[in-house]
Design a protein around this ligand. Sequence first.
Ligand code: GDP
Length: 467
Amino acid sequence: PSSEYEELRRRLRNDVQEMWYYISAELNKFKKHIDEFTYDQREKEIQDVMKNAWEHKKSLIINIDKLKKADGYDEWREKEAKDLSDLVQKRFRYLQNPADCNKAKKLICSLNKGCGFGCQIHHITYCFLVAYGTERTLVMKSKGWRYHKDGWESVFKPLSDTCLSTTGTSHSNWPGDSSKQVISLPIVDNVYPKPRSQPPSVPADLAPRLEKIHGHPLVWWVGQVLKYLMRPQDHVKRTLEKAKEKLGFKKPIVGVHVRRTDKVGTEAAYHDIDEYMIKVEQYFDQLETKPDVKRVFLASDDPKVITTSRKRYPNYEIIGDPEIAETASVAKRYSDTSLQGIIIDIHLLSECDYLVCTFSSQVCRVAYELMQTFYADAYDRFTSLDDIYYYGGQNPHPHVAILDHKPRKNGELELKAGDLIDVFGNHWDGFSKGYNIRTSMTGLFPSFKVKNPVDAVDFPKYSNIPL
Ligand code: GDP
């Protein structure tokens, strides 16, 4: 297929989704404004319009998905995604396994950033991307890890078979220069100058292929790094298999992540389980062939979420382990047991057909990134109740307006095609909030009128690895 065809196909699906967000949100607003005398009658009318609009939307999505199956390119998509993954995994292995560790150029990173597992995984991913961008072998310091005193290798395979030593003849802190054998990289919050190879950059030599194959190349790229980094040790593999069996983890299944405890009220708002389940219900309703059981895998740092939702939703099969959730709660978080729990939860979330969560949580963002390694393109297999996808500490990266917009109401933002827009968030009601760099104005604009362009940056070519 041409790149243009693939882009239009994704845009069409996104337009339908955004139109549904808009219409359903507007209808809900009307409901709030009806007077009490005509309430029953009016409410029923609005409810009927909502149901009909949903049927329209469902049919459109099903047909767009069928068109993709019928266009004859699916085999190509699968093969291209696999070829790309094989290629970058080969480059990663080459980078991480220098012939002579005593002479190799190295980048040193410490795993122990003072934050949770998802945040630490993203920290190591950022280090890995800087290593890739500077052609240095990443060496991780992880002894005394807050989740396990023995460090990374207690659960994941070492990053290298040939080179785990941090020693070298010359040292420097970031940025250093190419003559230094060993460079230490600080956490992303303190890094200066900002490395060009950190997100949202993707390698320019792969960018055209990635843009064609995937709706969100950055997420694909990060997913590939996670695939390399998070290779489980054999005992962890067995633990994952056992957990799946014990829980009865089977497809079709929707993954729900509910982040509570310390996050609520500080970094994210509270969302009732009902808000998640509306999205789960819509996912199942939109399937052309209905499954016998509506199965949900529920992960949380609050065990009550699992017990409550089982009571409240008896027509669902809700699987999840309240004991894992208990060890995940803020009071009991940093131990080998909670480490096992979070590895199981993230892995199972990533293996689901669809994710419903809050992207403000790094747990769900890691699951979404890993999910990309199981499909040619899984960029739209999620609903976030709050943030759009982002990479913590990423370099600034504006969206681009693809359609003009004339404000109709106070608070709306004017757009001209080509304008650069810093997007603060999608309100999931048809509108997003952003800052127009051309006009220096902030406001709301229809979300479907902008796109997220790929940030292609020249990385080392790794040309000894054949394309
Ligand atoms: P964030 O704070 O949600 O952005 O994500 P972090 O991963 O940085 O920190 C949250 C930590 O809380 C995780 O690493 C886990 O230790 C724990 N946690 C949060 N949600 C879950 C969950 O659903 N399951 C498990 N097992 N642990 C969780």
